[in-house]
Ligand binder design. Structure first.
Ligand code: ATR
Length: 272
């Protein structure tokens, strides 16, 4: 039996095991998907986990905070997208070689496309971390007019330069004509659930607003968006779609999307 899992800290609250184990069971695969908590206080633990992955029968793993950048040092190869985006959220063990991938970009695109067309749209991305970078890069195929805002302007400028998009200064942020607004910062995450980078008066009613936060699912930003009459997409949609692509990479076959989706919502209901 091959072991898969999620590497991060903390991982206790991860929704990934519910989705992947449901898909594994549905397809009758000889595998399990576990929580693989790695202590950030021990600098050797991540390295040892990677070096010993073959020994421990690890077929692959998801990577979450705080290791999406650190893990890159232990990869034998990268998928070109992971290299361009600069972070790895998926690792596949292929004949004792660790290959790093990034499925955040496809996850964001799929989540957005459930509600809107992306071609030619004016898009605002808030944040300049790994997720923001993946989303910014993923928009390049859609001839979209992409703008990026970040608390630290220099980081937004760096991404803007790399991906040929626009960086905007907070003081000059004019949201009135954006079609799509995406929060890729932790602002609004539990326990600071009352925070939002935008208030309803800044959100156009024709916009689609997506938050990548999954705790809570209805963030303050999404509440503000609803107040403004805009459409909303909560964080579990991106989580689902990045996991679906991850499953395909782990097992070399298409994931049973509906099964994973049902397992995700079951798990969310159980936790309420
Ligand atoms: P990721 O998981 O996507 O890699 P990250 O690297 O922690 O996340 O990045 C978080 C992003 O959210 C950063 O762009 C950060 O802004 P800075 O570059 O200025 O640090 C942004 N962010 C975090 N807290 C924020 C806050 N309170 N207000 C505005 N932006 C914030």
């Amino acid at each position: 039996m091959k072991t898969f899992g999620i590497v991060g800290h903390p991982v206790r609250q991860s929704l990934s095991p519910a989705m992947h184990n449901a898909a594994i069971k549905h397809l009758g695969l000889d595998a399990e998907y576990r929580l693989l908590d790695i202590d950030p206080k021990d600098p050797e633990e991540l390295a040892n986990f990677c070096y010993e992955s073959d020994l421990n029968n690890i077929g692959g793993f998801s990577v979450t905070m705080p290791y999406k950048l650190d893990i890159m040092a232990y990869m034998d190869h990268y998928d070109p997208l992971a290299k361009i985006v600069g972070s790895v959220n998926t690792v596949v063990n292929e004949d004792n070689k660790l290959i790093g991938y990034n499925t955040d970009a496809i996850g964001a695109i799929q989540a957005l496309r459930e509600k809107t067309n992306l071609i030619g749209k004016k898009i605002l991305i808030m944040g300049a971390g790994g997720a923001a970078r993946a989303i910014a890069y993923s928009m390049k195929d859609f001839q979209a007019d992409v703008h990026i805002y970040n608390r630290t302007l220099e980081k937004a400028e760096e991404i803007a330069k790399a991906f040929e998009i626009e960086a905007i200064d907070h003081s000059k942020i004019q949201t009135a004509d954006f079609d799509i607004i995406i929060n890729a910062t932790p602002v609004g995450m539990f326990p600071n659930s009352e925070e939002s980078l935008l208030h309803s008066d800044k959100i156009p009613s024709h916009a689609v607003v997506m938050d990548i936060i999954t705790n809570p699912l209805e963030t303050q930003l999404l509440k503000e968006a609803k107040k403004a009459g805009a459409q909303t997409i909560s964080g579990e949609r991106m989580l689902l779609h990045q996991a679906v692509d991850q499953f395909r990479l782990f097992f070399g076959q298409e994931a049973p999307v509906k099964v994973m989706e049902e397992a995700l919502y079951e798990e969310l209901k159980r936790r309420r």
